[in-house]
Structure formats: C-alpha cells, structure tokens
Design a protein around this ligand. Structure first.
Ligand code: SF4
Length: 199
C-alpha cells in the first residue's frame, strides 16, 4: 500500500509545474530517490545543476562531501542510496542565482512544494530525518545558529531530526576549525543512532 502511494506521489511530483505556473524560473522535473521502506530520510535544499543532469539527488561535489560524512558515520553510499530516501525542500532545479552558485528557492517556492515533503514523510515514516543545509534545517527546526544545532539530535512532531550543514564548497562555515569539530560530533551521533536504531 505504501509503495503504491509513493509511486503515485512520485508521478504527481514529476508532473508538477506549480512553480513555473507561478512565474518562478525553475527547470521542471522533480528529483528524489529511495523506497517507501527507508528508515532514514535526507532532506536537502534543492537539486543543483549536476543533479539536474543526472536526475540523482546529491550526485555533484556537495553530494560527494555528504557521502564522505555518511561513510564516516558507518553508511556505504551504494547501500544507502538503495535503502534510504533522499529528497529536498524544493524538488526542481531552481537555476543560477546572482552569483555563480545555484539560486536558493524563495519562501513562496518552498511553500508551493511543502505539501509534497509532508506526503513523503507521511508515506515513508522514517525513524530519522537528516536535514542538510540552512533551508532544510529552518524547515524542521526553525531559525537558529548552526553552532547551536550541529552535533545535536532533536525531536520534532515525534520524529528525530539530525541537522548537518550544507556540504557545498561555497559554504565557508565548513572550513572553521570549530565547525569541523561540530560536524564530527554530529557524525559520531549519527553512527550511534545507526547502531542503536538499526538504521
Ligand atoms: S519545485 Fe516542487 S512545487 Fe515547484 S514545480 Fe517542482 S515539484 Fe512543483
């Protein structure tokens, strides 16, 4: 039943043109991966240009760093991609911003896409949500300093949420020694949760 519901939702997401119809310059084609049986659900900000080309979430340089973090926590990339669910706050490529990087989806775009994430969560019912980057962290935990959030696991609406910073090379926060220590603390916590909860 859950598998059928997820297949139906995926079809709706792929067909969705809400942002284009509202005048936002996204490239339509929702990008996500994973089965209804996943115990971990990763939520990023939005697909990047590499993800637009491959159709696979976190397949660019930021994804490489994210999977190096997950490896440190005891996950293996191929197995993780097959067993766990990966999605984003907005599912379609938002295009370039004013700088060279990809545009951050607007609040209006996030609102348009939010019902899809709510339905993904209802169907998959993950034991652990990993929110990656400022936009996804804000969605689950509200605004707060990364220094206070990274390295901690939170309970929201009965679900465990572990925040991680955005793994993009453009994220200068990652390079600070204190940030590195917090990221390692978060990955230690993730390793512990993986063992305790058999994720
Ligand atoms: S980002 Fe979300 S709401 Fe916007 S067109 Fe894509 S699937 Fe639809």
């Amino acid at each position: 039943m859950y598998k059928a519901s997820l297949t139906k939702l995926h079809e709706e997401m792929r067909r969705c043109r809400r942002c284009l119809e509202a005048g936002y310059p996204i490239t339509p084609g929702a990008i996500f991966s994973g089965p209804a049986t996943a115990t971990v659900l990763i939520v990023g900000q939005a697909p990047g240009v590499r993800e637009k080309e491959t159709g696979l979430p976190f397949s660019g340089p930021a994804g490489k760093r994210l999977f190096s973090w997950l490896t440190e926590a005891g996950f293996e990339e191929e197995e993780f991609r097959a067993a766990q669910y990966i999605t984003a706050i907005t599912k379609c490529y938002p295009g370039k911003g004013r700088s060279r990087g990809d545009r951050v989806p607007t609040a209006a775009e996030r609102k348009l896409c939010a019902p899809f994430l709510a339905r993904e969560l209802d169907i998959v019912r993950p034991q652990l949500i990993i929110s990656v980057g400022r936009v996804a962290i804000d969605h689950f935990l509200g605004r707060g300093k990364l220094a206070d959030l990274i390295g901690v696991v939170f309970k929201r609406d009965g679900r465990l949420v572990l925040p991680l910073p955005h793994p993009s090379g453009a994220n200068l926060w990652l390079n600070r020694p204190k940030s590195q220590a917090l990221i390692h603390a978060a990955l230690d916590l993730l390793r512990q949760l993986k063992q305790e909860m058999a994720l």
